[in-house]
Design a protein around this ligand. Structure first.
Ligand code: CTP
Ligand code: CA
Length: 225
């Protein structure tokens, strides 16, 4: 899977990657979450390490083996993910946000298990917005010249949504995936377009997540110079 002749073009670089999906606790036994497996983030970590980078992988609720030589920081909630990323970002030449971040969290956490009431319908669930970590990392670069990369899973007008999101987030590169019921989430393979803030557009054919990961590192390495 890894290129046997992987270029050592990330040697001496430190990359920070988020993977998996955040969970927002409702009570001690329940959460709001998403179906991200973490496979794309782990593929990014493996390939960056193969290309010589020092790798920090902040992993939200993944059930995957830690790649050899990669520093894994486990987190669960969006607040924990944000804290771990902000702590590690000042050392990173590039930050890649492959994690699926919960947009909202419950407005309140119940310290005891939420119980049904006889014959009563449940109360509506009040939610509040989570911070946008990618936008924050992009707006306040923790290090001069740091590259910030986001991922977006879109349906319908995928490229138009992607371009708008790239501008809104302020990142350097945005990997846009088209999703459907069986596409991307938990799948071994993907198909994507990488949009650059410089106007570049790099299509990535359907194939293993390692292939997409290598394309991301090609673009990052070229921009780091
Ligand atoms: N992201 C983030 N913090 C959030 C939400 C998303 O850092 N609170 C990051 C994701 O890790 C991903 C990118 O932003 O790299 C795009 O995520 P996406 O969910 O597509 O963006 P949103 O702005 O949440 O847009 P949408 O309303 O389409 O979900
Ligand atoms: Ca979102």
């Amino acid at each position: 899977l890894a290129r046997p002749d992987a270029p050592q073009d990330l040697a001496g670089r430190h990359v920070l990657i988020s993977a998996g999906g955040t969970r927002e606790a409702l009570d001690p036994v329940r959460f709001l979450g998403n179906r991200s497996s973490g496979k794309q983030g782990y593929a990014l970590a493996r390939t960056a390490a193969a290309r010589g980078a020092r790798v920090t992988l902040v992993a939200a609720n993944t059930a995957l083996a830690a790649p050899a030589g990669v520093d894994v920081v486990p987190v669960s909630s969006t607040a924990e993910l944000r804290e771990a990323l902000l702590a590690a970002a000042p050392e990173a030449d590039a930050v890649v946000m492959a994690a699926a971040v919960a947009d909202f969290r419950p407005a309140a956490y119940a310290t005891g298990k939420i119980k049904k009431k006889d014959d009563a319908e449940p109360e509506p669930l009040a939610l509040v917005r989570n911070p946008d970590i990618l936008a924050e990392l992009s707006a306040h670069r923790a290090r001069a010249g740091q590259l910030v990369v986001g991922f977006a899973a879109e349906t319908d007008d995928v490229l138009a949504h992607g371009r708008a999101k790239l501008a809104r987030k302020g990142c350097d590169l945005l990997v846009v995936n088209e999703v459907g019921e069986t596409k991307t989430f938990g799948a071994e393979s993907s198909e994507a377009v990488v949009l650059g803030a410089d106007g570049s557009e790099t299509p990535v054919p359907y194939g293993p997540k390692e292939g997409l990961a290598h394309t991301v590192w090609d673009l990052v390495a070229a921009r780091l110079g």
